[in-house]
Design a protein around this ligand. Structure first.
Ligand SMILES: C[S@@+](CC[C@H](N)C(=O)[O-])C[C@H]1O[C@@H](n2cnc3c(N)ncnc32)[C@H](O)[C@@H]1O
Length: 299
C-alpha cells in the first residue's frame, strides 16, 4: 500500500488574498488536512498569531502536527467535526477570529490510502469514514438502506442518472451476500450501466462513490451547521472563505452568504464563485471542480 502524503492546497493564492490575514491574526482552519493552507497562513501571521486547526481525521491531525511543528505562534490542533466549531472555540476561550477557512471534501491522504475505502481504484473494505471513530461506514449504508432511499441518495448526492438501476442491483446482490469491498461495489456499478456507457473522463463509479461518501460523513448537514455558527466568531473585518467541490455544497454556501448579506451583518466578496485557473487544474487535477466564495463581517 502506498500512501502519498502530499496535498497541494487548492486555490492557495485566492485563499490568501481573500482571507487577508496579517501579522498577529487569529486563523481557524476548519479542514486542516495535511496543513497546506495552514502552513501558508502560518508564514503570514507569524509569532504573534494564533492558529486553530480542526480535522475529524486522526491521520490528518498527525500529519498536520508535523507540518506545522515549526510554527512559532500559538497553535491548537483539535480532532473534531467542524460542525462543532462553536464548541471548539468556546473551549479554547476564543471569542473573535480574523479568518476562517473551510476547504471541503476529502484530502489526498484519504483518497490515496486504499485502506480508508474511499477509492474505487483499489481493493479495500468499503469504509469512507473521515472520522474512523464514527459509527456508520459505507458498508452499513450500502447493506441496510432500503432500495428507494439508496436510489435517492445516489441520485441526489451523486447526480447519477442510473441511480435506480444501481440501487436495484445493490439490493439484489446484498440479499445473497453482504457487499463489503470497494471492488465489489465498483463492479456492481459497472454492471448496472448500459454497455459502452461512459461519462467523459470520469470513472463510471465516481458518482456513486461520491454520494456514499457524502452520506457517510453527513457532509451537507455539518456544512450547514458550521455556516450557521462560524460567522458569529468573525471580528468586524474578519473573513470566511469556503471552497466547495460539489454543486449542492456550493448552493448551501451561496444561500447562507446571501442570507447574511441581507441581514446587514456581512458583505459578499465574491459575486460569483472563483474557479481555479487552467494552470492549477493541469498541475492539480483534484482542484478542477473547486468553487470558492468569501464573505466579510461588517457589523
Ligand atoms: C480537502 S482536505 C483539506 C486540505 C487542507 N486545506 C490542506 O491544504 O492540506 C479536507 C480535510 O477536511 C477534513 N474534513 C472534512 N469534513 C470535515 C468535518 N466535517 N469536520 C472536520 N474535518 C473535516 C477531512 O478529514 C480532510 O482532512
Amino acid at each position: 500500500m502506498t500512501v502519498t502524503v502530499q496535498h497541494i492546497p487548492v486555490m492557495a493564492r485566492e485563499v490568501e488574498g481573500l482571507l487577508n490575514l496579517g501579522a498577529g491574526s487569529v486563523y481557524v482552519d476548519c479542514t486542516l488536512g495535511l496543513g497546506g493552507h495552514a502552513s501558508l497562513a502560518a508564514g503570514i501571521i507569524g509569532a504573534k498569531g494564533r492558529i486553530v486547526g480542526i480535522d475529524q481525521d486522526a491521520d490528518a491531525i498527525a500529519h498536520a502536527h508535523r507540518r506545522l511543528s515549526g510554527f512559532v505562534g500559538q497553535l491548537d490542533i483539535v480532532k473534531s467535526n467542524f460542525g462543532d466549531i462553536d464548541v471548539v472555540l468556546d473551549r479554547l476561550g476564543i471569542m473573535e477570529v480574523d479568518g476562517v477557512l473551510l476547504d471541503l471534501g476529502v484530502s489526498s491522504l484519504q483518497l490515496d490510502d486504499a485502506s480508508r475505502g474511499f477509492s474505487y481504484r483499489e481493493e479495500a473494505l468499503l469504509d469512507m469514514r473521515m472520522d474512523k471513530d464514527a459509527q456508520f461506514s459505507a458498508t452499513e449504508l450500502v447493506n441496510s438502506l432500503p432500495e428507494e432511499e439508496l436510489a435517492d441518495l445516489i441520485w441526489r448526492l451523486g447526480e447519477e442518472r442510473f441511480s435506480r438501476r444501481i440501487a436495484r442491483n445493490i439490493v439484489a446482490a446484498r440479499s445473497a451476500r453482504a457487499i463489503k469491498t470497494t471492488k465489489e461495489l465498483s463492479d456492481l456499478v459497472l454492471r448496472s450501466l448500459p454497455r459502452g456507457y461512459q461519462r467523459g473522463a470520469l470513472h463510471p463509479a465516481t458518482r456513486t462513490f461520491q454520494a456514499l461518501r457524502m452520506a457517510v460523513n453527513r457532509e451537507l448537514e455539518v456544512l450547514k451547521k458550521a455556516l450557521d455558527t462560524a460567522p458569529r466568531y468573525l471580528k468586524i473585518g474578519g473573513r470566511l472563505v469556503v471552497i466547495a467541490f460539489h454543486s449542492l455544497e456550493d448552493r448551501i454556501v451561496k444561500e447562507k452568504f446571501k442570507e447574511l448579506a441581507r441581514s446587514g451583518s456581512a458583505k459578499i466578496l465574491t459575486k460569483k464563485p472563483l474557479r481555479p485557473g487552467d494552470e492549477e487544474v493541469i498541475g492539480n487535477p483534484r482542484s478542477r471542480s473547486a468553487r470558492l466564495r468569501a464573505l466579510e463581517r461588517i457589523v
